[in-house]
Design a protein around this ligand. Structure first.
Ligand code: ADP
Ligand code: MG
Length: 292
């Protein structure tokens, strides 16, 4: 492309809320074979709500929720905020949590009123030597509904199964359909549960799912998708997404996301809307056509 057509292209992109931090990205984006997107905060709103809370025999719901929310009130994770907010709505005063510890991609732990409280994914419970299958198929059912199941242990005993649901952004299904119309494959990369991820992928028309990816596994997932499908654009918003944004052939950050994601990206979408990815790729194709 000529310098002029690139200037026109990036100017037109800016009008559509698509900021090219690298001029080259406008030219190379049209070569993309697959677009991979982070789930939480990119395809979904990133503001989950607590939907289910079931306790094991011997634990009252009020007591368990109070202890769990106390630990989660110390975490910045969107899941934690959903749990803390649910306890807040029920007017529970939260006791202080001591010795708070977060294990990224797994969960959180602390001492509350002298009791050890652990909250997190099934793999977190496994690392604690707890067998979540005692809850039967609860997690499978929740996952099939597109909800994210979590577990809590109190004093080393499984105490609760919790689910949160994160609404899909209204613009997401349309954006995925438009990427398909451009002839692209669309993948999702997430730390969330496999069943949940697959249920959401089905709802919005995603072709490929990499689920239960640990925070430093997103780079590997990008590499694997590139080997299978060619040049890859990765779209994300979180701190966890920064290395994958740098690894992808084109990194696209959601402008409402974290600073580190934005700094790692070649392209920034000024709105929180995935349709910006479609605009960016369509513009890349149009810019190249103009100069032929
Ligand atoms: P994602 O952003 O895709 O949810 P994370 O790596 O942040 O990925 O988390 C992966 C999983 O670890 C979550 O889906 C959840 O099961 C568990 N987890 C992480 N942090 C917390 C927390 N504060 N409370 C409960 N579970 C957590
Ligand atoms: Mg995210």
């Amino acid at each position: 492309a000529t310098p002029t057509s690139i200037m026109v292209g990036t100017g037109r992109a800016a009008e559509l809320g698509v900021l090219f931090r690298q001029g080259e990205a406008l030219q190379s984006l049209k070569e993309t074979g697959i677009v991979a997107l982070d789930k939480t905060g990119t395809l979904t709103q990133g503001r989950p709500e607590l939907t289910d809370f079931m306790t094991a025999p011997g634990f009252s719901e009020a007591e368990a929720l109070r202890l769990i929310a106390s630990v989660e009130s110390r975490s910045e994770h969107p899941i934690a905020q959903a749990i803390a907010a649910a306890a807040g709505r029920r007017g529970f005063p939260l006791p202080a949590a001591e010795g708070f510890e977060a294990v990224p991609g797994f969960g959180v732990s602390a001492l509350v009123e002298g009791r050890k409280v652990d909250v997190g994914a099934d793999r977190f419970m496994t690392t604690l030597g707890l067998d979540v299958s005692t809850f039967g198929d609860a997690a499978a059912r929740l996952g099939q509904e597109g909800k994210s199941p979590l577990y809590a242990a109190i004093d080393g005993r499984l105490a609760a199964v919790i689910a949160v649901a994160d609404p899909i952004k209204a613009s997401t299904p349309e954006a995925i359909a438009a990427l398909h119309a451009l002839g692209l494959k669309v993948a999702m990369i997430t730390g969330d549960n496999r069943r949940t991820a697959e249920a959401i992928a089905r709802q919005i028309g995603i072709d490929q799912v990499a689920a239960e990816v640990l925070p430093d596994g997103k780079v590997e997932a990008v590499k694997r998708l590139r080997e299978a499908h060619g040049r890859i654009a990765f779209v994300g918003d979180g701190i966890n997404d920064a290395p994958a944004l740098a690894e992808a052939d084109i990194g696209i950050a959601i402008g409402t996301g974290t600073d580190i994601a934005i700094e790692s990206a070649d392209v920034v979408l000024m709105s929180g809307d995935v349709r910006g990815v479609v605009n960016a790729i369509a513009l890349s194709k149009a810019t190249i056509r103009n100069i032929r």
